[in-house]
Design a protein around this ligand. Structure first.
Ligand code: SF4
Ligand code: SF4
Ligand code: F3S
Length: 378
């Protein structure tokens, strides 16, 4: 990347230095499981003036997935993502409105068959001929069948698009269906990457887009079509409260002594032991330590895990799937945990392994069945 090419990026990213930008790109590479040397390739992809067209379709959604993208602050994520791609259609963010917006969308599809990325947030209501969601006179069912076969790849952003999320909660009156399932049922072969979460971490979305643009292929996915670089670890593995779990120190009710001391939230229904995501290492909102659900004192409710969030009761105990040690151990003397930084997480990536003995000991402490020999999900 030449210095003059960087000038524009600096302007857009609110004055970030060239060195800071390259460091950020190396960090992104490390967090995706790539060599830090790939950072310069990521920087090239970001500064490439040829931007891939993206059509963003919002269905049964609360707009939280778009909001989360716009609320990241450092570096100015929305600038990075909006400059990186050519966002040709987005009901909330597009400048054109009404008929003009629909025409723009159709033109992009016509001129970029097999070359654009479709992003979908929200689930697709299929019951009663899809009448529960219409945009410009067409149902989401019709729009998806028209557009998705022509996309190079699709990203299902958020749990609604990935699993069905809130709209699909029982009794699912509108037949809310996730994108991947809908495409399969309609024999549409466009590959789908799921980025679940409610909302998902915007960096997982950005990293996925950067990966596709830089390496011209999809990232390695698990059997639920999630990028392994973001969803291969249980939240429980890297949780700042994990030393308390291992030591048998739990909050038993909200506001009790254990809760005030920052003890483990397992007994309040924390689903960290059965939820695959990187919230405990990436955190949210770029505002420092503790800024994620468990960090603020609320149990993880498994918002990103199929069959957990929006499915099982909020405060029911999590299933203990299998046990691995955390990547980093915060000081056990800390009365309240401190979040792990992105950098620390990137550097620590790669340490895995099952502590089966610890599973048996902990299961005994909790008075629960030891399920540690169950197959991992991915
Ligand atoms: Fe809203 Fe959550 Fe659905 Fe995203 S996943 S649209 S934040 S309800
Ligand atoms: Fe953290 Fe929840 Fe695991 Fe406790 S049960 S260590 S709060 S993820
Ligand atoms: Fe969701 Fe749990 Fe992370 S509730 S945001 S998966 S900590």
């Amino acid at each position: 990347m030449k210095r003059d090419e960087f000038g524009l990026i600096r302007e857009r990213l609110g004055g970030i230095s060239r060195r800071g930008f390259l460091k950020y790109c190396s960090l992104m590479a490390a967090s995706m499981g790539l060599s830090p040397a790939m950072g310069s390739k990521i920087a090239e992809a970001i500064t490439n003036p040829k931007r891939p067209p993206v059509i963003w379709l919002s269905y049964q959604a609360c707009t939280g997935c778009t909001e989360t993208l716009l609320r990241a602050t450092h570096p100015t994520l929305e600038h990075l993502i909006l400059d990186l791609i050519s966002l040709d259609y987005h009901e909330t963010l597009s400048t054109p409105a009404g008929k003009m917006a629909e025409e723009m969308r159709d033109k992009t599809v016509r001129e970029n068959k097999g070359k654009f990325i479709a992003v979908v947030d929200g689930s697709i209501p299929v019951k009663d001929g899809g009448v529960y969601l219409k945009i410009a006179g067409k149902t989401a069912v019709e729009i998806t069948k028209e557009i998705l076969p022509h996309a190079q790849a699709a990203i299902a952003i958020g749990s609604c698009a990935s699993w069905g999320g809130v709209p699909s909660s029982g009794p699912n009156p509108t037949g809310a269906t996730p994108l991947g399932e809908f495409l399969k049922a309609n024999s549409i072969n466009t590959p789908v990457i799921n980025i679940p979460g409610c909302p998902p971490n915007p960096y997982n979305f950005l990293s996925t887009v950067l990966y596709v643009l830089t390496l011209k292929r999809l990232p390695e996915l698990d059997k639920e079509s999630r990028p392994k670089f973001a969803y291969s670890r249980l939240i429980h593995e890297n949780c700042e409260r994990r030393p308390h779990f291992d030591a048998g120190r739990f909050a038993n009710s909200f506001g009790d002594e254990g809760h005030r001391m920052g003890y483990c939230l397992y007994k309040l229904g924390c689903k960290g032991p059965e939820t695959f995501n990187n919230c405990s290492t990436l955190l949210f909102g770029d505002t420092g330590a503790g800024t994620w659900p468990v960090g603020t004192g609320h149990p993880c409710f498994g918002c990103s895990e199929k069959g957990v969030g929006f499915t099982v009761p909020l405060h029911s105990p999590a299933r203990l799937k299998f046990f691995t040690p955390p990547d980093t151990y915060p000081q056990i003397a800390e009365p309240r945990g401190k979040g792990v930084t992105v950098g620390a997480a990137a550097l620590a990536a790669g340490i895995a392994g099952a502590a089966i003995g610890a599973a048996a000991a902990t299961a005994k402490k909790l008075g629960k069945k030891d399920n540690s020999k169950e197959e991992p999900k991915s």
